[in-house]
Design a protein. Structure first.
Length: 251
């Protein structure tokens, strides 16, 4: 009982730690005229740990969609979210090329760890299920389980088949990883959202050397930049109709 309480306490503290990392301070600006919308130069000065909420008052409320579309074009390197109901637009600065470059070895190691763990887990699952993995297209090997045994447990992990992936979640630590099954025996394919979720849910990476606030949008920038500086590389399925990204130096 004591051990269980300690484990739960650690997990709760870790979840709180993650929440502290991802939460941003929101600065609200009421907008009564176009001239009150901050310029790109002004927005650039806002730390990444903060986000801007533009709260539109009458008569501009009905124009926020048009204004938001223009801001998306003008504010490169930012996530501009137009609220579908409330009269507001939220602007958040995304991770920069400089931040990624300064932490490229960290992201490279995360990607290596991702591939190693993905390979271990999917092979353990194959043994448990009695599956011979097709080296050309593993998805075919596991496809019967997408319907008849979609959920399950293996050692300290829960698994879940969906789409092109098998997701795993560690029961105690909360670490999560999604293993794509379309790239032959390469199980380290990196999706932007899944990759940043893996990083943020992995205890040994904390405290993170750089903030990751927008899981998908920051993940896209990380992967694109790591491709550009040759730390990551693109791979393809057996028929080259679908591509993915893996860490380059993974042997």
């Amino acid at each position: 009982m004591i051990s269980l309480l300690v484990d739960n306490y650690k997990k709760i503290n870790f979840i709180l730690l993650i929440n502290q990392v991802v939460e941003r301070i929101t600065q609200t600006i009421k907008i009564n005229s176009i001239s009150q919308i901050p310029t790109l130069q002004a927005i650039n000065k806002i730390p990444r740990g903060e986000k801007i909420k533009l709260l539109f008052e009458q008569p501009l409320q009905d124009s926020r969609q048009e204004i938001g579309i223009k801001l998306k074009k003008d504010f490169v390197g930012f996530q501009v979210s137009i609220h579908t109901i409330q009269p507001e637009i939220n602007i958040a600065k995304l991770i920069t090329d400089e931040e990624i470059d300064n932490n490229q070895l960290f992201f490279e190691q995360c990607a290596k760890d991702y591939g190693i763990l993905g390979n271990i887990l999917i092979n353990k699952l194959a043994v448990k299920l009695g599956v011979d993995i097709d080296p050309a297209y593993p998805l075919d090997s596991f496809s019967p389980y997408f319907a008849k045994q979609q959920f399950g447990n293996i050692e300290e992990w829960r698994y879940f088949f969906h789409g092109f992936h098998c997701g795993f979640e560690h029961k105690k630590s909360g670490q999560i990883i999604e293993v794509e099954l379309t790239f032959g025996l390469e199980f380290g394919g990196l999706d932007p959202y899944f990759f940043t979720s893996f990083i943020k849910s992995t205890q040994q990476y904390h405290p993170l050397p750089v903030g990751i606030y927008e899981d998908h949008a920051d993940g896209v920038r990380i992967i694109e930049r790591m491709l550009a500086i040759k730390r990551f590389e693109r791979i393809y399925t057996h028929d080259e109709n679908h591509s993915g990204v893996v860490v380059r130096n993974r042997k």
